[in-house]
Ligand binder design. Structure first.
Ligand code: ASP
Length: 310
């Protein structure tokens, strides 16, 4: 199936925009140069939704092709399906002219080697105890982020970009390499409709970054757009989704001393009128979202639900 898309389609503009970042080797959260899984393999997730056409396309655990959002757009436009995963996603992309290459850079490989070194030390120390390898791996990642080796926003790290076009077309895209050092094969929320992205024509769009499992459990992006459909302002809809995540986060490995999540989640939201919001569990000057209107582009600080350190 093929949709002839207008060259002025806002979804093309969104995908072109995120592709610039995916191809930037210095950026460690999406595409080339992003932080790999526990085995040192970059596996990318992305999806996009086209409100007017009521269509979506996605890829999961895609290897060797940095422009994951472009492949997701091809899934949307060239197939009757939503989600292609793993080798099938790569084969599909190769058949459409994408080339496969090494996505690790000296910077991302160096960070992965340091993570493995620390992990091996911790695993040796934990011998004989029922230690969870991936919980230890996660805590080593948080330690590296506290030490400034990894930007806290890039231990997780995703781009979600949504638009309301000049004719009211609503669309969105989300792209990521997922949680740094993730379990091989782990797919997060980013390519899953309703979790990492949701668009409803004439209502709005929402997308997530942060701990994907928490937005998967609640289909948070769908919940936000549905709250907008029932009359909520984007900010209130986003805060309600964050409160649900706080209520549902009870696993001891995922809460801090105050009993609150020890990870961040952020939503970017826009309604059909072009009103937008950026909300996060934890805020601060560095937790921002970008808005572009007829008056130009600007960075705004996200509204935060919780106070104190993560
Ligand atoms: N949400 C993504 C995931 O869980 C990661 C992120 O946003 O950083 O895969």
């Amino acid at each position: 199936m093929t949709d002839a898309a207008s060259p002025r389609d806002p979804l093309d503009a969104l995908v072109d925009g995120v592709t610039i970042v995916e191809l930037d080797p210095d950026e460690t959260s999406v595409g080339r140069g992003s932080l790999p899984n526990a085995d040192g393999v970059v596996q990318l997730d992305a999806c996009c939704m086209d409100g007017p056409r009521r269509r979506a396309g996605g890829v999961a655990a895609l290897e060797g092709i940095a422009a994951a959002a472009r492949v997701a757009l091809r899934v949307l436009r060239d197939t009757p399906h939503h989600l292609l995963a793993g080798q099938g996603a790569q084969d599909f992309a190769i058949a459409r002219g994408f080339t496969v290459g090494e996505l690790m850079t000296p910077k991302s490989r160096g960070l992965w080697i340091e993570w493995r070194r620390r992990l091996d030390v911790r695993l040796a120390a934990a011998a004989g105890r029922p230690a969870d390898r991936f919980e230890i791996g996660y805590s080593v990642g948080r330690e590296m982020s506290r030490e400034g080796l990894i930007d806290a926003n890039h231990l997780w790290g995703t781009i979600n970009c949504n638009a309301v076009g000049p004719r009211g077309e609503i669309c969105g895209v989300t792209t990521t390499s997922g949680l740094a050092w993730k379990m091989p094969g782990r797919v997060g929320d980013s390519p899953i409709l309703g979790a990492g992205l949701y668009v409803r024509q004439d209502v709005g769009a929402a997308g997530a970054t942060g701990r994907g499992e928490s937005t998967l459990y609640n289909l948070s992006s769908f919940a936000i757009v549905d709250a907008i459909r029932r009359g909520a302002h984007p900010k209130d809809a986003g805060m309600a989704a964050l409160r649900q995540i706080v209520d549902d986060t009870i696993h001891p490995a995922l809460i801090n001393a105050r009993g609150e999540p020890n990870f961040n989640v952020k939503f970017c939201i826009v309604n059909a009128a072009g009103e937008s919001a950026g909300v996060a569990l934890y805020g601060g000057d560095a937790v921002r979202y970008a808005v572009c209107t007829e008056h130009g582009a600007e960075l705004r600080v996200c509204d935060a639900l919780l106070t104190g350190a993560m």
